[in-house]
Design a protein around this ligand. Sequence first.
Ligand SMILES: Cc1cc2nc3c(=O)[nH]c(=O)nc-3n(C[C@H](O)[C@H](O)[C@H](O)COP(=O)(O)OP(=O)(O)OC[C@H]3O[C@@H](n4cnc5c(N)ncnc54)[C@H](O)[C@@H]3O)c2cc1C
Length: 505
Amino acid sequence: MASSAGTGGSSRGRSWNAAAAGAVRAVGFGAGALFTRTSTSSGDARQKGDDADTPSYANRDEILHTAEEIASVLGQDASTSNTPERAVAVVYPKTTEDVSAIARICNRRSVPMVPFGAGSSIEGNFSQPHSGICINFSNMDKILAFHPDDMDVVVQPGVNWVDLNNHIASSGLFAPMDPSPTATVGGMVSTNCSGTNAFRYGTMKDWVLNLTVVLADGTVIKTRRRPRKTSAGYNLTSLFVGAEGTLGVVTEATLKLAPIPQATSVAVVPFPTIHAAAAAATALIRSGIQLAALEIMDDRQMAILNSHGSPTVRKRHWAEQPTLFLKFSGTTESVQSDIARTSSLLHTLTTTTTTTTSDKSEPPPPFHFARTKQEEHDLWAARKEFLFTMTSLLPENHRMWSTDVAVPISRLAELITWSEEQCSSLGVFASVIGHTAALAGCVHEMMKRALDLEGTVSGEHAIGIGKKVCLVQELGEDTVEVMRRLKRAVDPKWVMNPGKVFDYR
Ligand SMILES: Cc1cc2nc3c(=O)[nH]c(=O)nc-3n(C[C@H](O)[C@H](O)[C@H](O)COP(=O)(O)OP(=O)(O)OC[C@H]3O[C@@H](n4cnc5c(N)ncnc54)[C@H](O)[C@@H]3O)c2cc1C
């Protein structure tokens, strides 16, 4: 299980649709165990709320008794650990009924429950600030039904999206969301994730047909049935998408599927300034060309690819300029036509003559399209691998702080330029842990700046534990209070992933 604390890092030197590993981590697992208790230590673990702003939770001993009760109901074994701010026990349900039993017991005993998928979320989303029980979905990883003619699939929450796509590839269908390769459907639904494919395919909310959810008291509900459209009642599916496990536990999801495109291609285009790159991105979007993905990397990132990219990435010398990465998909004819239109549009926009090819003897073209499948893979690898390149560069005693914001496309260049200036004034790449407070201030300012530009404090990583204040700044107290009332309605004891999205008060 992954484990790290998300601190340190920058907006400069990272791609604007990328994400970094790192989140406040909690528990250790016994391999193959179906139930793991994590402490023999007695004593309280900051459960019982001692002020009105905190709900009252079971203490450590009570949580241990809860763990024993769940163990006996599920017929599993248990083991222990003793750090206060993490789960006292980890449970590994296999069925919706198991999850319902766990919820009933935890709710009765006021024990916090925190669902865990793959642990790839990066805002402390699955941390356990009030301890409690971790519900691990690694044993709920089955594809329950596949309906190729209806273009949907019913899965348990522990299904990994890469495995799912490999499994159904021969049908010509795929699930298009592409967050961390390790991510699972339960976590993807609960963070309303996206990824590089979001440009063409939208975000996770657009691909969920229905959910089976276990509420805090163990009640099992299904949000809707399987047709593509319905006007029957409230849209409860959307209520649970992006709720980060604070309203209930997803135990089944029916996902829409898309046809695998017949053809794809990739292009990279360097620009003299970030403003020129952003202007080109806007022009491309407005032209109606069906791009599959559109990513931007800054000059510093491109330089890092040259110096520290993987051997695949370093096959070419990259122009060390702000660069757009474009992906095309569709039929063979439509991709060719889109490439031709893009080429012509960019030709009129692009003033740079810096090459992206390794052959310096040719006059440098302003942009470069992949000519082979291998080249397509290699070009896109630069964008896909960047996070890992950055992680591998992290000096000892340094930590990475990865976060995300989103703004209307017309404000993108402003935000990137501002963030670059802020980070370079902090000397982010040279910063050590002692600079964390300054960096935190910088990240907070970035959020504020995104809001000033009519943006959002989280484009895809959700709120978790670290952005609760920012959520209030973005939406206002009244809106957050409506969320709070919704949570109280389904989780009056506040036991579902407490401490996330907003506070109890
Ligand atoms: C290398 C890397 C690249 C990434 N790239 C992207 C990207 O491009 N786009 C993007 O959006 N994200 C990205 N992420 C972030 C991450 O992959 C997503 O947030 C993903 O959706 C998390 O899935 P998970 O299974 O790891 O969930 P976890 O991290 O385990 O959990 C996430 C949240 O969902 C809750 N949860 C988990 N399972 C359930 C369930 N069954 N029911 C209810 N709640 C549940 C958890 O309590 C937690 O609040 C990236 C992360 C990494 C490390």
